[in-house]
Design a binder for this molecule. Structure first.
Ligand SMILES: Nc1ncnc2c1ncn2[C@@H]1O[C@H](COP(=O)(O)OP(=O)(O)OP(=O)(O)O)[C@@H](O)[C@H]1O
Ligand SMILES: [Mg+2]
Length: 383
């Protein structure tokens, strides 16, 4: 509708006196240019609107072929984009309010409105409907965009799963061939044995990357698999420290654990907790230069959820190079690595650690004093 075109009004009213009165009132509304069509029955009105359309419908609720709310719902079904102003008598204002709740833009009590008010009501009703339609369209677009994004993520995950599965099969085959090869090596095949060990190490690395990629995708999709149970923290810490002992000794690092044996068990998935500590302690060992120190500690404290519960806080400290303050907010982002440490891994360990800790209902954070070391902290619920 162009701004100065007359407003096409469809008046649906079976009482000839009321219809006449409304026409007079409309003529009084000086600012409103209009074309008025009149229907005395709902069926007639529905036909007219299907044939000619309308900019606004003035709708009486008691017609020979429709009554009350039904009149509104049938009109809305037939012309969902056309604003409706309900006309009521003084006695049935409650129904009029229901009609507005059901989707009519406004209601007027017959015989109580003047021309100017009616003109304004019509303009407002049209404007409100326009905004409502616009909002509905925006919402629809947004919903469609979200569905498309979800579909794209699902498609990506599907490809990742297939590729990861196939790579996994190939890696298993490489591992088996290597084992067979190692068994057939002569006792003096030192050089060849070094090569097969290197192959074994590389397949392990590739398999870890494969697992990490799957874990990151699962965390993003909110479906990381884990089975929490009562877990003794000091055992997991000791296990992880044992696996790092060789590398730590090579670098001359002092490794300390002050996790008390009698600390209450935490509520965590044993494997996943191993994964988190493996990365935090692994990072500390990897980034701390020779003669440094790595310390793991844990204690009980009041949970921060304000519900009076208790939680366990685990700390991994090192005396390494530290992380500059401006980098700290990024360390848990996937694939993020400080420029100086590029290629020291895939940059997924901390993203996974955060995903795992948060999936358990805990929090993880990092603090650092560049040049003096880094401290990672996470919390876990008590079993
Ligand atoms: N203890 C630490 N001291 C100094 N820098 C650290 C420490 N821990 C993590 N970082 C920095 O944060 C980056 C991200 O760590 P993250 O564990 O996510 O990845 P990564 O160890 O590089 O690779 P991945 O864990 O996938 O093998 C590291 O590359 C490093 O730059
Ligand atoms: Mg790491």
């Amino acid at each position: 509708m162009t701004p100065d075109a007359p407003v096409r009004i469809l008046l649906v009213e079976d009482n000839p006196g009321d219809a006449r009165l409304l026409r007079y009132t409309l003529q009084e509304a000086q600012s409103l240019r209009f074309d008025l069509a009149h229907a005395a029955r709902l069926s007639e009105a529905l036909e007219a609107i299907a044939r000619d359309g309308a900019d606004v419908v003035l709708l009486d609720l008691s017609l020979p072929d429709a009554h009350g709310m039904e009149t509104v719902t049938r009109m809305l079904e037939a012309a969902p984009a056309v604003p409706i102003i309900v006309l009521t008598g003084l006695a049935d204002e409650t129904v009029a309010v229901q009609a507005v709740q059901a989707g009519a833009q406004d209601y007027l009590v017959k015989g109580t409105v003047e021309g100017a008010t009616l003109g304004r009501a019509i303009r407002y009703a049209m404007e409100r409907k326009r905004l409502e339609t616009e909002r509905a369209a925006l919402l629809r677009n947004e919903r469609e965009a979200r569905a498309a994004a979800e579909a794209a993520v699902n498609a990506r995950d599907e490809v990742l799963r297939i590729v990861a599965h196939d790579i996994g099969n190939s890696l298993s085959a490489v591992k088996i061939h290597t084992m067979v090869l190692e068994r057939t090596l002569p006792a003096d095949g030192v050089e060849a044995r070094k090569r097969t060990e290197a192959i074994r190490h590389l397949t392990q690395q590739m398999d870890r990357l494969r697992q990490d990629l799957l874990d990151v995708a699962a965390i993003e999709a909110g479906r990381l698999s884990f089975e929490p149970g009562e877990t003794a923290l000091h055992r997991v810490v000791d296990d992880v420290l044992a696996t790092m002992a060789g590398m730590a000794a090579e670098k001359g690092l002092a490794m300390e654990s002050t996790v008390p044996d009698d600390l209450p068990a935490v509520w965590a998935d044993h494997e996943r907790l191993h994964q988190v500590l493996g990365n935090l302690i692994g990072n500390a060992v990897k980034f701390t230069p020779a003669e440094g120190r790595v310390r793991v500690s844990a204690c009980m404290r009041d949970a921060e959820d304000g519900e009076g519960g208790r939680e366990v806080r685990v700390r991994v400290e090192d005396t390494g190079p530290g992380i500059p303050a401006e980098h700290l907010p990024h360390v848990f982002d996937r694939f993020w690595q400080a420029r100086s440490t590029r290629r020291a891994g895939a940059g997924l360990g901390l993203a996974i650690a955060r995903g795992v800790v948060e999936a358990h209902g805990g929090r993880i954070s990092a603090a650092s004093e560049p040049g003096r070391g880094t401290t990672f902290e996470f919390t876990l619920p008590v079993a």
